[in-house]
Design a protein around this ligand. Structure first.
Ligand SMILES: [Zn+2]
Length: 149
């Protein structure tokens, strides 16, 4: 379960809509809501990141690929540690596609992080889902996403 305060949720959505028709992305930092439940996380901040993907060919451009540069991860990790928090997830948009993880998403995913995917159609966010990579790396399980306080 991932809980995102409404103001941060809105900040994330605005960033993803502004990036349309390219994929946009960012990092979620926060903490475990309940240390007894390792998958119950609360987001404390949303770090907006530029899509660093370099187009490989017309079929793999920023309209369907994203990349968060290692420098951005390191910066987010330091920022989180400074505040006694940790990186709890990553978010990105799927322009004109469903909010389900792609094969590329599966290959790039790290265990233990929440992957929030937002479907953005014609510039407007539609569905939002959060995913956790399975231990066998053979796919994702959806987790509950709570937009709250
Ligand atoms: Zn994706």
């Amino acid at each position: 379960m991932l809980t995102i305060p409404k103001t941060l949720f809105d900040k994330m959505i605005r960033h993803l809509e502004a990036g349309y028709p390219e994929e946009a992305c960012g990092i979620l930092i926060g903490e475990l809501d309940d240390p007894g439940h390792p998958n119950a996380r609360r987001v404390h901040d949303v770090i907006l990141v530029a899509n660093a993907w370099d187009e490989v060919n017309p079929r793999e451009g920023r309209h369907n690929r994203y990349l968060i540069s290692p420098d951005e991860y390191i910066r987010a990790d330091h920022e989180a540690n400074r505040r006694g928090l940790e990186v709890v997830g990553v978010f990105h948009s799927h322009p004109d596609h469903p909010s389900q993880p792609s094969e590329t998403d599966r290959q790039q995913a790290w265990p233990g992080l929440s992957y929030v995917i937002v479907s953005v159609r014609e510039g407007k966010a539609t569905t939002v889902q959060s995913w956790l990579l399975r231990g066998e790396r053979d796919g994702f399980d959806e987790e509950a996403l709570i937009v709250g306080n």
